[in-house]
Design a protein around this ligand. Structure first.
Ligand code: GRF
Length: 194
């Protein structure tokens, strides 16, 4: 583990596919005075991910991965992680499923944010499913990534009340606000144990 005090920070790579609002928020936290991590690499499987603009804005290296073939894509990712001496991977809206061998390679070093109160509503379309099932609460979860989708050990969760007037979109927006608070908190917790 790199030395924390004073000089070396934990090198984090953030993987995205879309807007990158969680990425932007993690960057903001990484730039705080006593932050123990640095975002050194942004990985996207799409060249047109909106979140890639933060690479330019905050002068962070970016790598767009061509996902024609999973095996070669992951080989490319691993090379870039090594080159940038990445210690921890934060998935933030990354829409590709990483292979079991990739996950094993980075055992305990990959975390993800998911917009539901896991273990409920793994996978996609979480907000609408929670509304349709007349849940009183949904929320968000930061968890370690293991070989089963959205099933790794939970680091932190935040509950959000579902309102009678909620649509999937409205609920998604309120949960996203909470995601922005939860992810940095969870990351802080992970860094202590890294
Ligand atoms: C978030 O809701 C996250 O929980 C989910 O994908 C969304 C990504 O949003 N995995 P953004 O790209 O960070 O804005």
């Amino acid at each position: 583990m790199p030395e924390l005090i004073g000089i070396k920070k934990i090198n984090v790579a953030v993987f995205i596919s879309g807007n990158g609002s969680n990425l932007k928020n993690l960057i903001k936290y990484s730039l705080k005075k006593n932050s123990k991590f640095k975002i050194s690499l942004i990985v996207s499987n799409k060249s047109y991910s909106k979140g890639l603009k933060y690479a330019k804005k905050f002068k962070i290296k970016k790598k767009i991965i061509n996902y024609l073939n999973n095996k070669s894509a992951e080989k490319d990712i691993i090379e870039n992680l090594k080159k940038n001496k990445i210690d921890l991977i934060c998935l933030a809206g990354f829409m590709k499923i990483l292979s079991i061998s990739f996950i094993k390679n980075f055992n305990g070093k990959i975390i993800n944010i998911h917009p539901s109160l896991l273990p409920k509503y793994k996978g996609l379309n979480t907000h609408q499913r929670a509304i349709d099932n007349k849940e009183r609460y949904s929320g968000c979860t930061v968890h370690y990534v293991n070989s089963e989708l959205d099933s790794g050990r939970i680091i932190l969760q935040k509950k959000v009340k579902i309102l009678k007037t909620d649509t999937g979109n409205k609920l998604a927006k309120r949960i996203l606000k909470q995601e922005h608070l939860l992810y940095p908190k969870a990351l802080k917790k992970v860094l202590i144990n890294l």
